[in-house]
Design a protein around this ligand. Structure first.
Ligand SMILES: Cc1cc2nc3c(=O)[nH]c(=O)nc-3n(C[C@H](O)[C@H](O)[C@H](O)COP(=O)(O)OP(=O)(O)OC[C@H]3O[C@@H](n4cnc5c(N)ncnc54)[C@H](O)[C@@H]3O)c2cc1C
Length: 465
């Protein structure tokens, strides 16, 4: 009787095969979107599955609105290009991205003043002011629009509103996945499956070895009606009063990044990468629910305080709280290679390098689960230690990993080999051909056309600097 109360046996049943393709990508966040583009571009018939009504994952639904970790501070060059840059170019074309141009990078205090509240500086350095680097602010709906356009152009079969629930495995080989949706429970079959769920859902269900990581959770939000010029002027002119109030604000928030608000391409609207909450598990429904309740309490206490005390914020209103909860780390793959903090610090180079991040390189093996075939993993749940993931999981490197996984899947299928046995040199070459930087060559990278706008100098800055 006790057993019946605690556990129920689900009846077995036949379910429809709703679709099949060469490559099935699960999760339409930065990594999954990029993987699907790359697989399709290299000739694979590709399905992209996403549980929500939009693409972008934490970048759009989670309203994480700065692309960073795409700058190599040792070589002084952009380290993540390819799909990430193509998407940025498109959002820029919509007038919904902002980033410093080449003649604005560096340690000029005037440039710091201009760009600090966009979050496009190197916060990993101790230098004051922090150097301005290549990083980009963007609008979440621009991401959704641009990525949907690109998915259609690449003829990817997109299935939104599809909640992945189980991996189909036969003799150690992944055959596809099961999804739940308004259409019911259905199977989607693929020759290669790419897990881009961020939480390793697909690989864990397939029995892949992994660890349980944990990090702070954040309910990101945006405020509108902010006079950002007035706020910045007060911060500049009254540094002591600013510092005192900033301390008070952070107490109310309970946890926040140094700059609790940053500008967005929409005038008067700022994004707030806070409040941070510790001790919550992004895989537990109870904790995710608690995060929403606790987060909103902090947010509204903050609004009361800044309306009363912070110049520029007197008339601010909450525009939205991110529909996707800000979970940074849950399960992490223990794949063929586990990237460590020492690798990041030492800038370890790998023969099978397929992606770069801030000042680090990633080998193909971090995408490969042990002992399971036809499965690749790309995104924040890649094979990495918990400590190292905290500093190597930003949007651009996740897109770079996704791009590599997509290329590898397509090339493996073309060559009739498993993804474990794919020719990594051919993957690196294909990545370079399509404008990505796998990090397999030493020295500075050559300029490529899609960087032209990013690198182009701003004439008005030349006049004033
Ligand atoms: C609060 C916060 C602040 C951050 N700040 C920055 C920053 O300033 N700059 C930066 O570059 N990075 C930042 N990051 C990190 C970055 O946002 C993530 O690491 C990155 O988005 C990971 O991309 P991903 O594609 O691996 O995963 P995600 O963005 O999590 O995407 C996973 C996708 O899979 C889908 N999915 C998951 N499970 C299922 C399922 N069962 N069925 C179907 N679909 C599913 C999700 O809906 C989502 O679309 C921040 C993260 C957080 C949480």
């Amino acid at each position: 009787m006790n057993n019946i109360r605690d556990w129920i046996r689900e009846p077995a049943r036949d379910i429809k095969v709703a679709a099949r393709a060469d490559v099935v990508v699960v999760g339409g966040g930065p990594a999954g979107f990029s993987a699907a583009l790359a697989a399709a571009r290299n000739g694979a018939d590709t399905i992209l599955l996403e549980r929500y009504n939009h693409l972008g994952g934490l970048a759009s639904g989670g309203m994480v609105l700065v692309l960073d970790d795409m700058w190599d501070s040792h070589l002084g060059e952009i380290s993540v290009r390819g799909n990430c840059m193509k998407l940025l170019e498109r959002m820029d074309g919509m007038g919904l991205a902002a980033y410093p141009r080449q003649n604005e990078w560096g340690k000029d205090p005037a440039m710091y003043q201009r760009w600090a509240r966009w979050g496009t500086f190197d916060f990993n350095t101790t230098t004051q002011p922090h150097p301005i680097i290549f990083a980009a602010a963007f609008d979440p709906d621009a991401w959704k629009r641009a990525s949907l356009e690109m998915v259609q152009e690449h003829k990817i079969k997109l299935r939104l509103h599809s909640w992945y629930s189980q991996t189909l495995v036969e003799d150690g080989k992944v055959k596809g996945v099961i999804c739940d949706s308004k259409s019911g429970r259905e199977a989607i079959l693929g020759d290669v499956v790419i897990d881009a769920t961020g939480d390793l859902d697909v690989a864990a269900s397939a029995g892949a070895q992994h660890i349980s990581g944990n990090y702070i959770v954040t309910t990101v939000f945006r405020l509108g009606g902010v006079d950002t010029d007035a706020a910045e002027a007060w911060e500049r002119e009254e540094p002591e009063a600013f510092a005192a109030l900033d301390r008070q604000i952070k107490k109310v928030l309970g946890g926040s990044w140094g700059f609790w608000w940053l500008k967005t391409p929409l005038p008067g609207i700022v994004w707030c990468n806070c409040p941070h909450m510790a001790g919550l598990d992004g895989l537990k429904v109870e904790d995710l629910t608690r995060a929403e309740m606790l987060g909103r309490k902090h947010i509204h206490a903050l609004v009361d305080l800044v309306r009363a005390k912070l110049p520029g914020f007197e008339k601010c209103v909450v525009i939205d709280v991110a529909p996707q909860t800000g979970v940074r780390q849950t399960r992490l793959l223990e794949g063929d290679y586990v990237l460590t903090k020492d690798d990041l610090a030492a800038r370890t180079r790998f023969d099978d390098s397929i992606a770069r991040g801030r000042d680090y390189y990633m080998p193909y093996r971090v995408l490969l689960p042990q002992k399971i075939d036809n499965l690749l993993v790309a995104g924040r749940h890649f094979s990495v230690t918990s400590q190292a993931q905290k500093i190597s999981r930003e949007i651009p490197p996740c897109m770079a990993m996704g791009e590599a996984a997509g290329v590898a899947a397509a090339l493996a299928l073309n060559a009739g080999v498993t993804v474990r046995n794919v020719d990594v040199r051919a993957v690196q070459k294909a990545l370079r051909t399509q404008g990505a930087d796998p990090g397999d060559q030493t020295g500075r990278n050559p300029d490529v056309p899609e960087l032209a706008r990013a690198l182009a100098v701003r004439p008005e800055i030349l006049e004033t600097v």
